[in-house]
Design a protein around this ligand. Structure first.
Ligand SMILES: Nc1ncnc2c1ncn2[C@@H]1O[C@H](COP(=O)(O)OP(=O)(O)O)[C@@H](O)[C@H]1O
Ligand SMILES: C[C@@](O)(CCOP(=O)(O)OP(=O)(O)O)CC(=O)O
Length: 468
């Protein structure tokens, strides 16, 4: 007989890689990542039907989007193959659309759970996903109970992502909610170091499998731990894992996520935000697609080892200096004021940008293209703005600024960006570098958040969770 469970909810933050783009793909280098106060929440509850008939399936909904419903049958497989998950039709009028991130997180999560509770059948459940406003730039109608969750009246494929790492936050909060719901607190909780370690390893494995590639994993690390200085795991850890359904998958998965083979280094104490400063992210509306950037940069590095090593080692030093100066200001220098307090920070940021541009020019990848240089320079001239960079892989679609957390500074920034696109286009033409024109620049409603995955009050989602 399946046991009945209490509803559970967990949220995980989005991310911004402030330093270490590309470098963080190599375990010899660090990434400096900030978690954001944009969160994806996942709520799990017993499945409810009007008729009281119990269904043996797990349904997943993303009620902010049209047609975002998935239903899965599941069963324990022989030969230790884990829990097999099969997508089912939701109804005659909803076409079957796959969501690899949900399907894989469910497969990995249930398989791990089955190794801890081998004699307990997995009960049916209903899972709801809610993403806070800054993840998508589509207009939407606020929910009545939490204005941070919008109803988009659009499908997920029509959602315009702002690049905050929705899939990593989703896989992390989904995995944490599933484990918290099905496992007793003696076997899993998000409030112990062991629980977080298992969650991190399991979410990394599931996220890589769903993506079909092994990235650096900084996004999953910050979804679990919040802001941190991150050093990646060896990709070979995952290549030895059997595929879901294959013989031995469940036991190997458990050994991998619980064992000590995981060589990630996550230093939370190495990253702090000084009191009085904050991050602001700007979304640049231009729709540039940059899928080949990583490939091209890595190929350049391979073919120009000496030059690349010089730039990367200098950048690593600059990135470490940035982390150190932020931490110094947040601790030793707390409370002191005065002219020039942030001069060292500004200088480090400018030095790092110069190296990033050097890497961009050498590899012919627009990491900080001239249009973004102009935008960053214009923003950095505002009194109270310490500096800014192109986050993550860079390109045309976002910038992140470090600034004094005062209304005048934000107001001045709003004023600048609201009229910005015309100026930017002039710069592009004058520079003659290319004819790419950046569009409207908008300020995203996010800032840094040091907290990673977090249990939430499961009763706050009632408006969204009424199931069939
Ligand atoms: N609110 C959501 N509900 C369900 N699935 C989501 C949601 N947000 C993101 N996803 C999943 O994550 C995918 C986007 O991941 P990806 O392209 O890696 O973007 P990102 O850079 O934001 O992680 C979507 O196609 C969808 O499968
Ligand atoms: C190049 C990278 O080091 C950083 C990319 O960071 P972004 O924040 O740009 O990533 P996406 O959200 O996946 O587009 C690749 C990596 O670390 O995996």
């Amino acid at each position: 007989m399946a046991t009945s469970h209490t509803p559970r909810a967990v949220s995980a933050p989005g991310k911004v890689l402030v330093a270490g783009g590309y470098l963080v793909l190599d375990a010899d280098y660090n990434g400096l990542v900030f978690g954001l106060d944009a969160r994806i929440h996942v709520h799990v509850e017993p499945i409810r039907t009007k008729s009281g008939v119990s269904l043996s399936e797990i349904t997943v909904q993303s009620p902010q989007f049209n047609g975002a419903q998935w239903a899965y049958g599941y069963r324990l497989l022989e030969k230790d193959g884990g829990v097999g998950v099969t997508q089912l039709a939701v109804s005659h009028d909803v076409p079957l659309s796959r969501n690899p991130f949900i399907e894989t997180a469910l497969t990995y999560g249930l398989s791990y759970i089955s190794t801890l509770l081998p004699d307990t059948p997995i009960a049916p459940s209903s899972i709801n996903i809610l993403a806070s406003k800054p993840y998508y730039s589509n207009p939407g109608t606020p929910s009545t109970t939490n204005p941070n969750f919008l109803n988009y009246n659009a499908t997920l494929s029509e959602a315009h992502k702002t690049g905050l790492g929705s899939s990593a936050a989703l896989v992390t909060s989904f995995t944490a909610a599933l484990l918290s719901y099905y496992l007793p607190a003696s076997k899993f909780t998000t409030t112990t170091d062991d629980g977080l370690r298992v969650l991190h390893n399991l979410a990394q494995a599931a996220h890589c499998a769903a993506q079909g590639k092994v990235g650096s994993g900084f996004d999953v690390a910050s979804a679990v731990y919040g802001s941190c200085l991150y050093r990646r795991f060896s990709p070979s850890l995952l290549s030895g894992l059997p595929s879901p359904k294959d013989s031995g998958f469940a036991t190997e998965l458990r050994a991998l996520v619980e064992g000590d083979r995981w060589d990630t280094s996550i230093a939370k104490a190495a990253i702090k935000m000084p009191k009085g400063l904050r991050l602001v992210m700007c979304d640049v509306d231009c729709g540039s697609e940059t899928p080949g950037m990583v490939k091209t940069v890595l190929k350049w590095r391979e073919q120009n080892k000496e030059e690349a090593d010089r730039v990367w080692n200098a950048l690593q030093q600059g990135n470490e200096a940035l982390a150190r100066e932020l931490t110094r200001l947040a601790t030793e220098d707390e409370g002191s004021s005065g002219e020039g307090k942030y001069d060292a920070l500004s200088k480090i940021i400018l030095g790092n940008r110069k190296l990033i541009r050097e890497m961009g020019v050498a590899s012919k990848v627009p990491i900080e293209p001239p249009q973004q240089t102009a935008l960053l320079d214009a923003c950095s001239k505002i009194p109270g703005v310490v500096g800014g960079v192109v986050p993550g892989a860079g390109g045309y679609d976002a910038i992140v600024l470090l600034l004094e957390d005062r209304e005048e500074v934000i107001a001045e920034l709003k004023n600048l960006v609201s009229n910005y696109s015309a100026t930017a286009n002039e710069v592009a033409v004058v520079d003659g570098q290319d004819d790419f024109k950046i569009g409207k620049v908008g300020i995203l409603g996010v800032r840094e958040d040091m907290v990673g995955v977090r249990d939430e009050d499961a009763s706050q989602y009632q408006e969204w969770t009424a199931t069939n």
